[in-house]
Design a protein around this ligand. Structure first.
Ligand code: CIR
Length: 258
């Protein structure tokens, strides 16, 4: 049977202290964040995803942004080495989780840094953003792990946003979507569709044309619906205050089982 599994990590008590790079700090309602996280997880369940919780890393305020701790291609995991030192404590629990799932494990090693949020997979192409969190050595190590498996690794500069996937993700047909003012090099992606809102650049592919998106991107949702996709909107306002988006709140592992 085709099982869709996703790794998640519940928000910890220090969530409100999460890192900020591009936004001014505004108060985060941790209770509301927990309810929004439960809504996000419920949306995954409603669309056939089984979720597995990664052990909490409560000393790390940003641990809920679980996607940053790993990259999985086929059944091979590359454990990240977060560019932000305060996030390094997030990877041990992730390593345990992917081992439980039967992945083989590689680790980004010093002096490499790499955040999972900088990695966008479209079929066998893996785009990796070289930016504030992922350095050239991290890119090299990612290539060394995934190219032998048949991946085409394409490195792209990221300067305008935190992570590559803060700027671009992809629709089920492979069209890359992004909010033009925040995409460093749109010409690197083809086909590329500009969207009308920053949060409209972030979609999680739920399967069957369904797109999990932030409620803060209604015009982009309308655009996608008009193209024959089915947007599923969730309110993640408290995570957006911390520069998080729908993509980074889970690690989807379709590849392992599809
Ligand atoms: C951070 O700065 O690391 C967190 N406050 C936000 C991480 C969001 N992750 C992502 O976009 N992949």
């Amino acid at each position: 049977m085709h099982t869709k599994k996703a790794l998640i990590r519940r928000p910890g008590p220090r969530l409100a202290e999460g890192l900020l790079t591009h936004l001014e700090r505004t108060p985060v309602d941790v209770e509301l964040a927990l309810r929004q996280w439960e809504g996000y997880v419920a949306a995954l369940h409603a669309h056939g995803w089984q979720t597995l919780e990664v052990a909490p890393a409560d000393d790390c305020p940003d641990a809920v942004f679980v996607e940053d701790a790993v990259v999985v291609f086929r059944n091979v995991a590359l454990i990240a080495r977060p560019g932000a030192e305060t996030r390094r404590g997030e990877t041990a629990g992730m390593e345990e989780a992917v081992v439980r799932l039967g992945c083989s494990v590689n680790r980004v090693r010093e002096p490499g840094t790499l955040d999972g949020g900088d990695v966008l997979k479209i079929g066998d192409t893996i785009y990796v953003g070289r930016g504030g969190r992922t350095n050239a050595e991290g890119v090299r190590q990612l290539r060394a792990v995934f190219e032998p498996l048949g991946a085409r690794v394409v490195a792209v500069p990221v300067a305008k946003v935190l992570h590559l996937k803060s700027a671009v993700t992809a629709l089920p047909d492979g069209t890359v979507i992004g909010y033009d003012p925040l995409v460093d090099s749109p010409s690197l992606f083809a086909p590329f569709l500009p969207v009308p809102e920053e949060a409209g650049a972030h979609v999680v592919l739920l399967g069957g044309g369904k797109l999990l998106m932030a409620a803060s991107a209604p015009k982009s949702a309308e655009l996608f619906a008009d193209l024959g996709f089915d947007p599923v909107l969730v309110d993640i306002s408290e995570f957006e205050k911390l520069e998080g988006c729908v993509t980074c709140l889970s690690v989807r592992l379709r590849e392992l089982y599809g």
